[in-house]
Design a binder for this molecule. Structure first.
Ligand SMILES: O=C(O)CCC(=O)C(=O)O
Length: 268
């Protein structure tokens, strides 16, 4: 795998952002925006514990998505936020991985009460004025939590609120080198662990070209729709992401539907 560092841009205007990144289908880290959000100094694990400690949330039993998508631990369990935060602080060892509080919707009807409180603390700029809607999610995890390499059918902004995370990104056409498999109608994932790739099993992975994006507090990563990406937490982390629904995505999907047909379905 060959990795190049991702570009950074400071506080782009909507026009700059659309022209230089959306139209060129290019990921980028935006700085100078989220670092001004109250979330970046208010959202710490201990503060979440005192604000929402009793709230019960679904967590994945493993914080390694390869286990979730390609192994046996697919089930979600429920836990209070206070117990979850205690667990990520005490069980954070290589031998006993904690669960993962990832992909928790803030825009679902059940989360409305919490969204009302938290929405005052962040403000994603409207880089897609023609969007048809948004979906906002929270991700909280321990050091070494990792996702699979996967893609999403919508443009995504992922902001680093607490701790440090590194994302690897691969262009949509890299799917052949990633051996992606269909997980469900909206999700394709790679069984390769990019930090410890099994090159005997997945030799083409050696030829993959990608970008590395190290996110510090206050950085926002733009992941264009269909770009493959993988996240690895370098410390305890809190992230918030926003997917945007746009009509252009459907056009992209029609043009690129060939690649989805080449993906094989995961057998689990
Ligand atoms: O942080 C993670 O675990 C994954 C985040 C992600 O995949 C996303 O924002 O689309």
């Amino acid at each position: 795998m060959q990795l190049k560092p991702i570009e950074r841009i400071e506080k782009p205007t909507v026009e700059e952002f659309q022209y230089e990144f959306v139209m060129q289908d290019k990921p980028v880290i935006i700085s100078g925006v989220a670092n001004e959000w109250p979330a970046c100094y208010l959202w710490k694990p201990e503060a979440f514990k005192s604000m929402f400690g009793d709230v019960r949330v679904p967590v994945r039993q493993s914080d390694n998505e390869i286990d979730v998508f390609f192994g046996k631990s697919t089930a979600l369990t429920e836990i209070s936020i206070a117990d979850y935060i205690d667990s990520i602080e005490s069980l954070n060892t290589d031998s006993q991985r904690p669960s993962y509080l990832g992909n928790l919707s803030l825009t679902s009807p059940q989360a409305q009460e919490y969204f009302e409180k938290l929405k005052l603390h962040f403000d994603f700029p409207n880089y897609f004025p023609d969007n048809n809607g948004i979906d906002i999610r929270i991700w909280m995890g321990a050091a070494n939590q990792k996702s699979t390499i996967h893609n999403d059918p919508d443009h995504n902004f992922n902001a680093q609120i607490f701790g440090k995370k590194v994302f690897l990104l691969f262009a949509p056409e890299e799917y052949k080198n990633l051996y992606v498999k269909k997980i469900d109608d909206e999700l394709w994932s790679s069984p390769i662990d990019p930090q410890q790739p099994n090159l005997e099993m997945f030799p083409l992975f050696n030829e993959t070209n990608g970008l590395e994006a190290v996110l510090n507090v206050g950085d926002i990563l733009f992941i264009p729709a269909f770009w493959w990406h993988q996240a690895l937490s370098l410390s305890t982390t809190i992230n918030i992401n926003m997917w945007l629904y746009t009509n252009k995505i459907f056009k992209f999907w029609e043009q690129h539907s060939a690649f989805s047909c080449n993906c094989t379905k995961a057998e689990n």
